[in-house]
Design a protein around this ligand. Structure first.
Ligand code: NDP
Length: 401
């Protein structure tokens, strides 16, 4: 029988919800493009409930315990004395989430001698040292597509929020003001602007599709080009390099995974290549942007606004400069964990566990590392290497963060 260790974010500060704002979720039959939704044999949760926090347990306890497995759920993940690090030692399976990442560094992987499966309940497995996982024969899998559309909606919201100056205008209302000019002096329409996505995968393409009706000019940079029919239908302009694309864009949205090729991509040099007064939205991973270069660009006016929900490390320390820099519309890492997304990634996690325990193959599109190398989606979208470096700073900050 297996030991499954699951790291989830804390419950709401007022306790696990007893009721919800809405009574259910709309029914979605398929993902765009036809990929099927998660299809476990059964689920033991009500879609629309909070599954991603510790008391929600991804709806897995009944399934795992009735099959004789041990199931540990914790939010305590940082540092050598954390519950996660102690329980990891004899764990067969680790489940973690990008929102509250249980960083699986090479050191931790070396200690986890029984570990066979590192499962991401969501999308994006950069919190796992993929190189070390490959070397130790650990399978890394994630619930591809489960929250890609959720993120694309968040990106559109953030672009509109920044360009139209929504958050500062809202703040004038709550302060009791009626300061039209203060609100309007940084407010523009997105119509006619040039928007470009770094990567046109599931999220990037969904963002472009959603922005099309706003009559924006649509650009993308990706290592592989989209089918000609898609380019034509949306009127997309492909760029052979990110430098080339950012030069012509008023708005840039980052939708690539974090791996050695994308780490620190948006540094002083690339940002200097952007139009003065461009907006940057990053819901991909914090480390794709150089933290201090972003602050400098907002202070100098090179960037007119920055928004996103991804930071490094996570949770972000209280003194992280992105909390207080000017013209930002940051949120904690939430875009992929709406209640709608949770129902899908909890079901997908269950599907992957069923496959693992019943020795059936895990869907290719869910695989990041398998058989000692990048596999499935991982082979397509990631590059070999490790992007977890520096994650131990969370543990050092733990007591005053
Ligand atoms: P996909 O795998 O569908 O798309 C990723 C795309 O990135 C692929 O098209 C890939 O290109 C492209 N890509 C990879 N490396 C590069 C590079 N160096 N330059 C340009 N393009 C590159 O994933 P999703 O769209 O679903 O998700 C993308 C990322 O968004 C995730 O990896 C994750 O980090 C983040 N995410 C954030 C969430 C949140 O809550 N904020 C939730 C979900 C995801 P190709 O395959 O053509 O090589």
């Amino acid at each position: 029988m297996a030991k499954v260790v699951c790291v989830l974010y804390d419950d709401p500060i007022d306790g696990y919800p007893k009721s919800y704002a809405r009574d259910g979720l709309p029914k979605i039959d398929r993902y765009p493009g036809g990929e099927t939704l998660p299809s476990p044999k059964a689920i033991d949760f009500k879609p629309g409930t909070l599954l991603g926090s510790v008391s929600g347990e991804l709806g897995l306890r009944k399934y795992l315990e009735s099959n004789g497995h041990t199931f540990i759920v914790t939010s305590d993940k940082d540092g050598p004395n954390s519950t996660f690090e102690k329980e990891l030692v004899d764990a067969d399976v680790v489940i973690s989430q990008p929102f509250w990442p249980a960083y699986l560094t090479a050191e931790r992987i070396a200690k986890a001698r029984k570990l066979k499966l590192a499962l991401t309940a969501g999308v994006g497995s950069d919190h796992v040292d993929l190189q070390a996982a490959s070397a130790h024969g650990i399978t890394v899998a994630e619930v591809t597509y489960s929250n890609s559309i959720s993120v694309s909606e968040h990106v559109v919201m953030m672009i509109l929020g920044l360009v139209r100056n929504y958050i500062p205008s809202h703040e004038w209302v709550t302060k009791g003001g009626w300061n039209i000019a203060d609100c309007a002096m940084r407010s523009y329409d997105i119509e006619g602007m040039h928007v470009g996505t770094v990567a046109a995968g599931r999220i990037g393409l969904a963002v472009l599709k959603r922005l099309k009706p706003f009559d924006m000019h649509l650009h993308y940079y990706d290592r592989y080009r989209l089918p000609e029919a898609t380019e034509k239908e949306l009127g997309l302009i492909w760029h052979p390099s990110v430098e080339n694309m950012v030069r012509v864009c008023d708005v840039v949205t980052i939708n690539a995974p974090l791996h050695p090729e994308t780490e620190n991509l948006f540094n002083d040099k690339l940002i200097a290549n952007m139009k003065r007064g461009a907006y940057l939205v990053n819901t991909a991973r914090g480390k794709i942007c150089d933290r201090d270069a972003i602050v400098r660009a907002l202070e100098s006016g090179q960037l007119a606004g920055y928004a996103g929900d991804v930071w490094f490390p996570q949770p972000a320390p209280k003194n992280h400069p992105w909390r207080t820099m000017p013209h930002q519309g940051m949120t904690p890492h939430i875009s992929g964990t709406s209640l709608s997304a949770q129902a899908r990634y909890a079901a997908g996690t269950r599907e992957i566990l069923e496959c693992f325990f019943e020795k059936r193959p895990i869907r290719d599109e869910y695989l990041i590392v398998d058989g000692g190398k990048l596999a499935g989606t991982g082979a397509h979208s990631y590059s070999a290497g490790d992007a977890t470096r520096g994650s131990d700073t969370r543990a050092k900050l733990k007591h005053h963060a």
